[in-house]
Write a protein that binds this ligand. Structure first.
Ligand SMILES: C[S@@+](CC[C@H](N)C(=O)[O-])C[C@H]1O[C@@H](n2cnc3c(N)ncnc32)[C@H](O)[C@@H]1O
Length: 287
């Protein structure tokens, strides 16, 4: 017997209803139908009595079973959307987050028509670097990560989106300026910033599947990455060049003071759409 879309939807809601909100489930179901049945949201809603092939049904059952084990839908489907672009993702890279889209949006608003050279530090899936390369047409983009496997995914994402990004494998905590591109107009970074003590507050879909290297820092020194990048930024950025960070909402004051201590100026903290201080911009000292 072939099930219809509406029968499958009802079954999935029964199976996963206690795990996800109705909104989360709906959006996951639309993604699944789009990927497996190649049907848009509109078609799913318009034709709920469409019969689903057995082979497709088996794939959907498999996805639902993985969702029930907390695996993120983005890893299951192998892709996600960021700033209207598609990105390949797997467990080697962090799943791009909406607040990071807001950071990219801030930069695009500031530099859309400029000719700039920029460096994305801790590029992961390449979501920031690729988006900026696509949106700021006259940009030259460098992106670095310590993780070889992340860089492989980021490279595929640059190709998939038809942009050129120069990738660098580097440990930013042990880098010196001569290892890196200089005379930059802009550095952007969404570095690891979650304190290990905050792990207990986190959901299993993150803890069990996303790469710890992308997420956590020791409680003893949560500003580790910001300090290293701010220090390097003084030599890598042109005078007046801009540094943009995504930040932990609990550390905005500390990152602000850190940047002041390196003589950055016009330091501005920006709230995300939920009103939380999640981004910061500063300009490199002009002698
Ligand atoms: C929070 S993730 C950000 C990923 C991506 N930019 C995004 O916004 O979705 C931090 C990234 O920093 C990288 N990273 C961790 N330690 C690093 C280090 N010492 N040097 C360079 N990159 C590092 C991780 O591999 C990870 O890709």
């Amino acid at each position: 017997m072939n099930y219809t879309i509406s029968q499958i939807t009802a079954n999935v809601k029964k199976t996963l209803g206690s795990k996800f909100s109705a909104r989360e489930l709906d959006s996951q179901l639309f993604l699944i139908y789009e990927k497996i049945l190649n049907l848009s949201r509109l078609n799913v809603l318009a034709y709920p009595d469409t019969k689903v092939l057995n082979s497709d049904y088996k794939q959907i059952v498999n996805i639902v079973s993985r969702l029930s084990k907390n695996e993120p839908i983005q890893y299951i489907l192998g892709e996600t959307e960021f700033y209207g672009l598609f990105f390949k993702v797997n467990q080697d890279v962090l799943i791009p987050r909406p607040e990071t889209e807001e950071l990219a949006q801030w930069i695009i608003n500031d530099f859309k028509k400029a000719t700039i050279t920029l460096l994305d530090i801790g590029t992961g899936s390449g979501c920031i670097a690729v988006t900026l390369a696509k949106e700021i047409l006259s940009s030259k983009v460098f992106a670095l990560d310590i993780s070889e496997v992340s860089l492989k995914v980021a490279h595929e994402n640059a190709q998939m989106n038809g942009v050129k990004v120069n990738f660098i494998k580097q440990d930013i905590l042990n880098a010196v300026a001569s290892d890196l591109p200089v005379n930059l107009d802009l550095i952007v970074s969404n570095p690891p910033y979650i304190k290990k003590s905050e792990m207990i507050l986190m959901q299993p879909n993150v803890l069990d599947y996303e790469p710890p290297l992308a997420l956590f820092v020791d409680d003893a020194d949560p500003l580790l990455f910001y300090r290293a990048i701010a220090k390097l930024g003084c030599s890598l950025l042109k005078p007046g060049g801009a540094l943009y960070f995504e930040i932990n909402e609990s550390l905005s004051r500390e990152v602000f003071q850190l940047l002041e201590s390196f003589n950055y100026y016009e330091i501005a903290v920006k709230n995300d759409i939920h009103g939380k201080p999640r981004m910061l911009k500063a300009l490199n000292y002009k002698p």
